[in-house]
Design a protein around this ligand. Structure first.
Ligand SMILES: *Cc1c(COP(=O)(O)O)cnc(C)c1O
Length: 428
C-alpha cells in the first residue's frame, strides 16, 4: 500500500492504532491488565521518565490497551494525539487543565448537556476557573464575552438534548481571532458524523460511554488534540509553552511540538489528577468502535423515521431533530454532519409535565434511563432528572423545559419503536 493513501473511516475504525500483539501475535488487542511494566534497565527507566523515549511505565499514565484506543480516536478525529480518561466529564476537565489557572475563564455555549453546565458553572469555581455562557449562534456575543483572561471557547457539535448544531466554522473564526482554542464536545455526533477538527476545532472531547462504546456497558472519555494550535504565540498558555515546574521545567511545546498537549495530559494531567481509563474499559470501547459507522447509519435511519412519525402526531407540539426539514438547523446538517444528525432529540408534548411523566412510564420497549447512545432505545424526562440542577432559564436554553421528553433512538426495528410510542401516546 502506498504511504500517501488515506484509509477510509470504516477501515480506520477497525484497524487504526492496533496491530497484532507484538508479544504473542494475538489478533485482537489484548487487555493488558497490568499496573506496571518492567524496565529493560536503569537507563531505559530514566529515559521513559524524561520523555526521551516513549514506552510504558505505570497504568495511571499509559497502558498498551488504552494506547490503542487513544491512537484510534486520534485517527478517527484527524488529530495528532489523544488521551483517554475515566469518563466524559473527566475528559472535559482534562481538556481545560493544561490551559487554565486561577482567575481564568472560558466562554461556553448555553446549550450544553446539563451535567456539563453544572460542572462548568459550579464545580470548576473550586479551581478558581469560571465560565461565561453565551448564545453560541451569535458570533458577536462570543467575541464580546472573550476577555484577556479567556483561555477557550467551548461548545457541543450536536447539543444534548436539543439537537442544536453549532456553526463550528464561524465559532472557530472568533476563537482564532482571539488566539484561543475552540474545544468541541463531539459526543452526540461521534467522529463518524462530524469531524470538528476539519472545521477549525483545536480540542475534541468525548464521552465514549455513549455511541462510541455503543451498548451502555462502560463509562469513559477522551480528548483529541488537533496538534495545530500554536501554544507559544500569545504567552497565554505557560503550562504548555514555558518551563513547567511540575515537570522539571520542561517546555512541552518546544520539546514535543504537535504532541505537546497530549504529552502534557499524560505526564501531568493523568499523573496528578489520576482520571485514568482502565484497560478493560478501553477493550469494550475498542470493540464498540469497530462497528461505529454501521451502528450510526442505523441510529440515523431509525431517528429519521421515528422523529418524522412523532412530528405528525396530534399529541406532539414539536420535535427538535435536526434531520427534520422543520428544524432551524437542517441546513447545518449538510455542512457539518452530512451523514446524519445522530439519534438524540427532544419532543415537546401538548400534555405538559404530567403528560410527559405518564408517557415515559407507559413506554415498554424504550428504557427509562439517564444515558444515550445505546443500541437500545432510551427515553428520559430531562427537567426532573439530568437537567434538574439547572434553573428555569438554563433549562429553557438547554432545551429541557418541563414539557420536554428526550429520546436516544437505538438500532432496533423502527416499526417496533413506533408501535411502542403509539400505545404510550394513546395512554395519555
Ligand atoms: C454524557 C455526556 C457527557 C458526560 O460524559 P460521562 O461519560 O457521563 O462523564 C458529556 N457531554 C455530553 C454531550 C454527554 O452526553
Amino acid at each position: 500500500m502506498s504511504e500517501e493513501r488515506q484509509q477510509g473511516f470504516d477501515t480506520l475504525q477497525v484497524h487504526a492504532g492496533a496491530e497484532p500483539d507484538p508479544a504473542t501475535g494475538a489478533r485482537n488487542t489484548p487487555i493488558y491488565q497490568s499496573t506496571a511494566f518492567v524496565f529493560r534497565d536503569s537507563e531505559h527507566a530514566a529515559n521513559l521518565f524524561a520523555l526521551k523515549e516513549v514506552g510504558y511505565i505505570y497504568s495511571r499514565l499509559t497502558n498498551p490497551t488504552i494506547g490503542a484506543l487513544q491512537n484510534r480516536m486520534a485517527a478517527l478525529e484527524g488529530g495528532a494525539g489523544a488521551v483517554a480518561c475515566s469518563s466524559g466529564h473527566a475528559a472535559q476537565i482534562m481538556a481545560l487543565f493544561p490551559l487554565m489557572g486561577p482567575g481564568l475563564n472560558i466562554v461556553a455555549s448555553n446549550r450544553l448537556y446539563g451535567g456539563s453546565v453544572t460542572q462548568l458553572t459550579r464545580t470548576i469555581q473550586r479551581f478558581g476557573w469560571s465560565t461565561k455562557f453565551v448564545d453560541i449562534d451569535d458570533p458577536k456575543a462570543i467575541e464580546a464575552a472573550i476577555d484577556e483572561n479567556t483561555r477557550a471557547v467551548y461548545c457541543e457539535s450536536i447539543a444534548n438534548p436539543g439537537g442544536h448544531i453549532a456553526d463550528l466554522r464561524a465559532i472557530a473564526d472568533v476563537a482564532d481571532a482571539a488566539g484561543i482554542p475552540l474545544i468541541v464536545d463531539n459526543t452526540t455526533a461521534t467522529p463518524y458524523l462530524c469531524n470538528p477538527i476539519a472545521h477549525g476545532a483545536t480540542l475534541v472531547t468525548h464521552s465514549t460511554t455513549k455511541y462510541l462504546t455503543g451498548n451502555g456497558s462502560v463509562t469513559g472519555g477522551c480528548v483529541v488534540d488537533s496538534g495545530k494550535f500554536d501554544w507559544s504565540a500569545s504567552g497565554k498558555f505557560p503550562s504548555l509553552a514555558a518551563p513547567e515546574p511540575a515537570y522539571n521545567g520542561l517546555n512541552f511545546h518546544e520539546a514535543l511540538g504537535a504532541m505537546a498537549f497530549t504529552f502534557h495530559s499524560i505526564a501531568i494531567g493523568l499523573r496528578d489528577l489520576g482520571m485514568t481509563m482502565n484497560p478493560q474499559g478501553a477493550h469494550y470501547t475498542l470493540m464498540g468502535i469497530e462497528s461505529l459507522s454501521l451502528r450510526m447509519q442505523k441510529h440515523v435511519a431509525n431517528a429519521e423515521k421515528v422523529a418524522a412519525w412523532l412530528e405528525a402526531h396530534d399529541a406532539v407540539d414539536a420535535v427538535t431533530y435536526a434531520g427534520l426539514k422543520s428544524s432551524p438547523y437542517y441546513d447545518r446538517v449538510a455542512k457539518y454532519c452530512p451523514k446524519g444528525a445522530s439519534s438524540l432529540f427532544t419532543v415537546a408534548l401538548k400534555a405538559g409535565h404530567d403528560g410527559c411523566v405518564k408517557f415515559v412510564d407507559s413506554l415498554q420497549l424504550f428504557s427509562h434511563v439517564a444515558n444515550l447512545g445505546d443500541a437500545r432505545s432510551l427515553v428520559i424526562h430531562p427537567a426532573s432528572t439530568t437537567h434538574s440542577q439547572l434553573n428555569d432559564e438554563q433549562k429553557a436554553a438547554a432545551g429541557a423545559a418541563p414539557n420536554i421528553v428526550r429520546f436516544s433512538i437505538g438500532i432496533e426495528d423502527a416499526d417496533d419503536l413506533i408501535a411502542d410510542l403509539d400505545q404510550a401516546l394513546a395512554s395519555i
